[in-house]
Structures are given as structure tokens and as C-alpha cells.
Design a protein around this ligand. Structure first.
Ligand code: HEC
Length: 113
């Protein structure tokens, strides 16, 4: 009994690890860090599920968005995007992956009615 329980546990852990590997790094960071504001109706941040909130931002181009995400950004509304989403331990590559994931998610939503 203990043995089979242990086995089940090990399988569950293994499946989890495989899932994490299959998931793009950008999505993991967005889920873990960025969605606290970007998928939170209580936040003034542009929401992932509302592509219209991103139209003007996407028009600035990827480089500008990466720059904002790395260094922080305060737009005309005075709402604040903290540098690296407030997580200084994120590497440049991780922040870029998160921005790319946001861009692709928003574009996907824009193109699917
Ligand atoms: C504490 C809340 C918060 C977190 C966490 C957060 N953001 Fe933001 N983000 C904002 C707000 C608010 C804005 C809008 C700022 C404005 O326009 O004044 C914003 C704007 C942005 C923009 C658009 C910038 C521009 O130039 O228009 C990008 C890109 C972005 N965030 C990426 C990210 C990424 C990537 C993460 C995770 C690593 C993240 N954000 C985490 C609050 C947050």
C-alpha cells in the first residue's frame, strides 16, 4: 500500500516536471509574476484578456515594450509598471520571454473573435 502510494506520488511529480518543461518560460513568468497585475481586474494594468487595452502599446513595437518591462514605465494615467514587474531577480532574458508571451497572447486574442 505505502509502495503504491509512493509510486503514484512519484508519477504525479514527474508529470508536473514534464509539464513545466513543456511550458514556455515566458508563460511561467507571466503566470507567476506579471498576472498579479495583468490578469487582475482590480489592477489598472492593461489586461491580457482585453486586447484593446494593448493596441496603442503594441504599436510602440517590441523593443519599446521590452524597455518598459525592464526599466519600468509610467504612462499618462500615472499608473506604474514596476521595473521587471517588481522582481529584480528576473534576468533580462526572462523579462523578454514574458513580454514576448504577452505580445503573442494579445495578438492571438485580437485575431480570434
Ligand atoms: C504591480 C503590478 C504590475 C506587475 C507585477 C507587472 N506589471 Fe506590467 N504594467 C503595470 C501597469 C500599471 C502598467 C501600465 C503603466 C502605464 O501605462 O502607466 C503596465 C504596463 C506594462 C507594459 C506596457 C508598457 C508600455 O510601454 O506601454 C508591459 C510590456 C508590461 N507591463 C509587461 C510586464 C511584464 C512582462 C511583467 C512581469 C515580468 C509585468 N508587466 C508585471 C503593472 C504591473
Amino acid at each position: 500500500m505505502m509502495r503504491s502510494l509512493f509510486l503514484l506520488f512519484a508519477i504525479a511529480l514527474g508529470a508536473d516536471a514534464a509539464l513545466a518543461d513543456a511550458e514556455p518560460a515566458g508563460k511561467r513568468i507571466v503566470d507567476r509574476v506579471c498576472s498579479a497585475c495583468h490578469a487582475n481586474d482590480l489592477s489598472e494594468a492593461p489586461q491580457l484578456k482585453q486586447p484593446a487595452m494593448w493596441t496603442a502599446r503594441l504599436a510602440k513595437g517590441r523593443d519599446a515594450l521590452v524597455h518598459s518591462a525592464l526599466n519600468g514605465f509610467t504612462g499618462p494615467t500615472g499608473e506604474e509598471m514596476p521595473p521587471r514587474g517588481g522582481r529584480p531577480e528576473l534576468t533580462d532574458a526572462e523579462v523578454m520571454a514574458a513580454v514576448d508571451y504577452i505580445i503573442s497572447t494579445v495578438n492571438l486574442k485580437r485575431n480570434t473573435p
